[in-house]
Design a protein around this ligand. Sequence first.
Ligand code: FAD
Length: 293
Amino acid sequence: MTRTTQLLIVGAGPAGCLAATTAASVGMTSLLIDPSPVPGGTLWRIGHLANWPGWTDGLSYARTLGQTLAGLDAHCSYLQGTVVRVEPGDNEVRAVLSDGTSVVGELLVAATGVHTAEATEVPWITCAQALPQLTGASPSDLGALTVVLGGDRPLGTWLRTHRDTDQKLTVCHPARDTYKVDEVRADPRVQLHPVRAVRVTGSGPFELDVLLADGSQETVEADSVVTNVGTVPTSLPGLAAGEDGFCPPAIQHPRVLTAGDLCARDGQRVATAVGRGTDAALTLYYRFLRQAV
Ligand SMILES: Cc1cc2nc3c(=O)[nH]c(=O)nc-3n(C[C@H](O)[C@H](O)[C@H](O)COP(=O)(O)OP(=O)(O)OC[C@H]3O[C@@H](n4cnc5c(N)ncnc54)[C@H](O)[C@@H]3O)c2cc1C
């Protein structure tokens, strides 16, 4: 089945949601597509939100966005599905879904964000098996000797979300990511180790061969090992991507714009996603539809 709308929006995080509300505000119809039954994207994972005025957690903001979208009535439809490819053409853009169906719009905003990388995707970690992510772990899931591989931003979020636990975390992170762990340096629950490489063996207890940043080697035993190695862009075939895998709006087909975390490694924030989603919908509107609507 093919459905038609003026604006296809792939991804219902804050960037996609704001593209939809902005489109509605200028009279455009949109179809918002996301694998989740509810909009909000990564907002559902933010237990504590300190930099988006008016909100103290991402979950409440996600609920509000859902209510706002529901209030757009005929201007915005929601389709639960996964887009596997986009096909921009001279007069329309097609989005092909994983079930083989496709939808067609005059324009498309891609706001698929980034996804958490597995330890096995990271060159500085050698590990035979998949390891659990820090983000999904509660303090009761972790052993007394817990090693966190990687010092990415969710570490600070985890510590703030679980501010009442005295769980200790030994964090091994690449030396180049030292600036990322600065925000948790003063937390007495955290021990930071800049490293060059880590090899993980065993399955609880674990043994870790650690090559430290200064060139010395250590073997560390751990009851549990969790990963926190950062994210990679969730690009789609049909989008233009740079060497780093991100998809900046400036290099896309004229009928397509990207928004939110998918655009660039820098500026991955709720406020930025909201701004980029708004800007993408308005830019396409002024580029193609202003005369016609
Ligand atoms: C643990 C954590 C804590 C954070 N804390 C903060 C914070 O305190 N403050 C802050 O400003 N920012 C924070 N961030 C960053 C913030 O969440 C993101 O910058 C923001 O959500 C990006 O919005 P987005 O719409 O670009 O992407 P997302 O919110 O990631 O949404 C992307 C959407 O695209 C969908 N999607 C993916 N692939 C497909 C596909 N193939 N087809 C259809 N849909 C698809 C996904 O299901 C998802 O719903 C945090 C992030 C994490 C992970």
